[in-house]
Design a protein around this ligand. Sequence first.
Ligand SMILES: Nc1nc2c(ncn2[C@@H]2O[C@H](COP(=O)(O)OP(=O)(O)OP(=O)(O)O)[C@@H](O)[C@H]2O)c(=O)[nH]1
Length: 318
Amino acid sequence: MNEEILSHPDLIWALRNYVMDSGRLLVVEVDGQGLIGESNLAFRSHFSSFKRVRGEPLSRFLGGGRGDTLEIESGLVNRTPVAHVFKSLDGGETYLFHAYPVAQGSLLIGELANAAKSDIIERMGNLAIEMSRLVRDLRKTNHELAMANDLNLELARTDPLTGLANRRYFMERLQTTLAHAQARDHRLSLVMIDLDHFKQVNDRFGHAGGDATLVAFAGLLKSQVRAADLSGRFGGEEFVLYMLDADLRAASEAAGRLRVQMSQLRPLDADFRVTASFGVTELSPGETAETLLIRADDLLYRAKAEGRNRVIAEACGA
Ligand SMILES: Nc1nc2c(ncn2[C@@H]2O[C@H](COP(=O)(O)OP(=O)(O)OP(=O)(O)O)[C@@H](O)[C@H]2O)c(=O)[nH]1
């Protein structure tokens, strides 16, 4: 019998229900004082000469095999079944009982001690198999559920087209990382990016061509970010990247690399290049995510206004 399985109170409860309807097994629950609570029909019929069963001391019905008083061993606190041989005091047969701990007392399951075939052992064997199957199924279901939850979480955080963080998740992570950086005096830089003349991409290559370009740029972004950084799609053809432990210069260099890589990429046609504009800024002490984003956005706007396909980097108050 698998003790790990049977030690669980719910499973002892299952065992109780499983054996209660047996015609051959005597099943009886006794409380800490040895008084009977529930009993099965087989037990009550066996002692049908007794007026009452419930509430009576078990010792009226059974006597210990080694003496006249019935003692349920303290070994039960170890939550292991204990086998006892009890005699039926009405002059009947001797029963072998297995005892299991329940909430306030014990569950006793007995069968004829000299039975040729042990019903209790057979039933418990079947139950053990059934229970390990249930536990296995339960573990499998739990695992599948955990995987489905992970997937849901992932979907809720991700932009479906590019697989980058979506705006909501990016903002959530930016707030946390920014607080972390402020508290520990770490540098943090932000890069806002917008693909240039994207409308023309759609006009020339259709929406699918536009999508393929967004995916291609997202691929470049992913290849650039370190574990502490996060890139996201803010919406449309607008992207964003924060870099922890990167000052303005490092972030501006990273943006420069991205710009060059993008301008060299030909995601749709060998003759058609797509470029991007970048606004880069660095977090200044005490500032919020909102002002940081606004500043990066203004710098991006300037990069567009000054001809696109360029990086404009500036610190606060520069
Ligand atoms: N294919 C595709 N197009 C998108 C998506 N989201 C937004 N767009 C298109 O992106 C284009 C953005 O155009 P605009 O905001 O005018 O800017 P632009 O043409 O990139 O020009 P500048 O930003 O000024 O360089 C619009 O045509 C949108 O329809 C998308 O998920 N897929």
